[in-house]
Ligand binder design. Structure first.
Ligand SMILES: Nc1ncnc2c1ncn2[C@@H]1O[C@H](COP(=O)(O)OP(=O)(O)OP(=O)(O)O)[C@@H](O)[C@H]1O
Length: 282
């Protein structure tokens, strides 16, 4: 198996916040959803991966190359989208093309304009006159037009309506038709990740709590609901996290440790996140 991203024991210290031994790998040809609450460390991790922030320690490789030493080679092979467009807002898509065709060896002018036409993004309007959805579509087109093998997306769908989000998710799936391509996708909108991610990596207060295949995660976990007294019948090895509920308790459990006599609900990614953030270990 080859990997688009390998992060091992990444540390980054700010005064009030620390990334603590962050490790995860993104296999080539897959989409990873990178989730966590506000301030959990997603953008900091992504900026270290992109060499926009200097790490304190740890190793980061993209396509097997060192993220810092081979930064220029790597730049040609990745497309990046942050939640806001990073160009002066008086520039139009047409003017951005002139700049980027000088920047990227592989810049595909035809593909850039075809994609903008497909997404109905005005070519001559300055960025400041575009809606948030249009700006995001322009950002994604910019990220795709030099035919990268890896997309790194930080909250690309936040603040967008469901129709635009769906269009954007379709673009990502179109990109994934090439089996050499991969995506790291940070988002609060866990339903988007549920639709397209193969792996979910969950960061909480600067630490990775899990990095798992999404289907395995959703298949292996269940939610049991009942009273505190009934909960005593559950095997203790099965219990992962507990939360108080209006009717007693809700417990995130490992399905294979629980007999079929217990009725379990299927969790969503959001449920799992809430159990890890708000629940207690028992
Ligand atoms: N340059 C900086 N100097 C000091 N602290 C910083 C700096 N950049 C980020 N932080 C802090 O690091 C923590 C993690 O921030 P980060 O932006 O990585 O979180 P996030 O998971 O991306 O959050 P959000 O979902 O809100 O974007 C926050 O507490 C933030 O205030």
């Amino acid at each position: 198996m080859t990997f688009a991203i390998e992060v091992f024991n990444l540390r980054k210290n700010f005064n009030q916040f620390h990334l603590n031994d962050v490790s995860f790998t993104l296999p080539t040809g897959t989409i990873m959803g990178f989730v966590g609450e506000n301030g959990a460390g997603k953008t900091t991790t992504i900026k270290c991966i992109l060499n926009l922030l200097k790490k304190d320690s740890g190793t980061i490789q993209l396509f097997g190359l060192d993220a810092k030493d081979d930064n220029l080679t790597i730049k040609e092979r990745i497309g990046v989208v942050f939640d806001d467009i990073h160009f002066p807002d008086m520039l139009s898509a047409q003017q951005i093309n002139k700049f980027l065709q000088e920047t990227y060896q592989n810049w595909d002018r035809q593909y850039y304009f075809d994609l903008l036409t497909q997404l109905k993004v005005p070519i001559h309007k300055p960025i400041k006159e575009l809606s948030r959805g249009m700006k995001m579509k322009l950002s994604i087109t910019i990220a795709l037009a030099h035919h990268p093998q890896l997309l790194i997306l930080d909250e690309p769908t936040s603040g967008l309506d469901p129709i635009v989000r769906d269009e954007i998710l379709d673009l990502f799936l179109q990109f994934m038709q090439d089996e050499n391509n991969s995506i790291l996708f940070s988002s609060h909108i866990t339903s988007d990740l549920e639709k397209i991610a193969d792996y979910i990596t969950f960061i909480h207060e600067g630490e990775i709590l899990f990095s798992e295949n999404k289907d395995v995660l959703l298949y292996e976990l269940g939610i049991w609901k009942g009273s505190k007294e009934q909960a005593l019948d559950l095997p203790s090895d099965a219990k992962i996290r507990t939360r108080a509920s209006a009717f007693g308790v809700e417990i995130l459990v490992k399905r294979n440790e629980v007999s079929s006599a217990f009725q379990l609900d299927q969790p969503t990614i959001e449920d799992i996140m809430l159990f890890f953030v708000k629940g207690v270990l028992i």
